[in-house]
Write a protein that binds this ligand. Sequence first.
Ligand SMILES: Cc1ncc(C[n+]2csc(CCOP(=O)(O)OP(=O)(O)O)c2C)c(N)n1
Ligand SMILES: [Mg+2]
Length: 372
Amino acid sequence: MTKQATPTPSRAGAEEASSTGVIEKETVETADRAQLQREHEEKKAEQKGRIEELDAETLLKLLHQMILIRRFEEKCAESYSLGKIGGFCHLYIGQEAVAVGALAAIREDDYVLTSYRDHGHALVRGTSPDEIMAELYGKASGCSAGKGGSMHLFDAEKNFLGGHAIVGGQIPLATGVAFASKYKGTDQVTLCFFGEAAVNQGAFHESMNMAQLWRLPCIYICENNQYGMGTSLERAMSLQDVSQKACAYELASEFIDGMDVLAVREVVARAAERARKHYLPTLLEVRTYRFMGHSMSDPGNYRSRAEIEKYQERDPIKLFTASLREKNILDDNRLAEIENEVREAIEHATRFADESPEPDPKELYTHIYANQ
Ligand SMILES: Cc1ncc(C[n+]2csc(CCOP(=O)(O)OP(=O)(O)O)c2C)c(N)n1
Ligand SMILES: [Mg+2]
């Protein structure tokens, strides 16, 4: 039997979309403010329950990392508009809680791979903002020697194995990294991040099958931001509950709210234990939202204002800041200190990138793998 085609979602406000994907004018649809406020209160209550399990220093570090990503990405948007960053540039604004929460749950010697939306993961992994910004500027001092750009950040010393521009390309690679850890008898875990559009590919399914069959210590984290470029999940995926896809391969799986940094941390910590102690993989579906366009060149004419407003009300930084304030862990002074530290780091990174030299043309012939 043929399935009915899903109707095209509302295009209200399409004409007013800005170059960053945020629709600026009022549209026919508007968000139900009271309902959004109720949801915010519920989420805060859930998050406050989790706050009790962690000390203030750890909590403030998580906030600091999320704010660092947000401000770094805002700076990237500015530098891109000034023509200082070339090529594609995919911002992580709105999704900060995923990388921050997940990486807080693993060890420094574990491995991390992700897609082209990689600035946040590299920052949290510990690659310096200087080296990341320089890479975005295509400078020799960048973490990939200026040859990778925004989509191919790489830092072998931090076990950050990219930054991959081919959708889903990192999934079989991460599976191989996890295989290597098991083969060598280490207890290292591999974290593999990817978008929900990657799930429709064969490489995802082959990897799930092998990971479970061979019991590989890999955690597959689907950052479900509900869009693959301008195509909504509903228009591209027959079974939209990504975590359910694990059933086909008997993998452990969980679904988490990706706007709650502590919820993400908790669930990844559970998966890491499963991987480290029992060599068992997990598929996690983390529901999140990107506030900006797919990339800097996305006119963003496929989302309604109401939808964007709904998720802005669930902003992971706004939620966490409110929860920490109510628990008396954060006040205006501490928040201002964090913002200042972040601003200084980003100003430093931008200056460093600006002043760094271009790669020597001879570098075109290094780092090349050719099989004859
Ligand atoms: C194999 C492959 N097909 C198509 C593309 C073009 N493309 C780049 S990003 C993208 C959408 C991916 O969406 P998703 O996996 O949900 O990640 P998100 O951008 O939402 O983080 C597509 C189709 C590509 N880079 N690689
Ligand atoms: Mg997506």
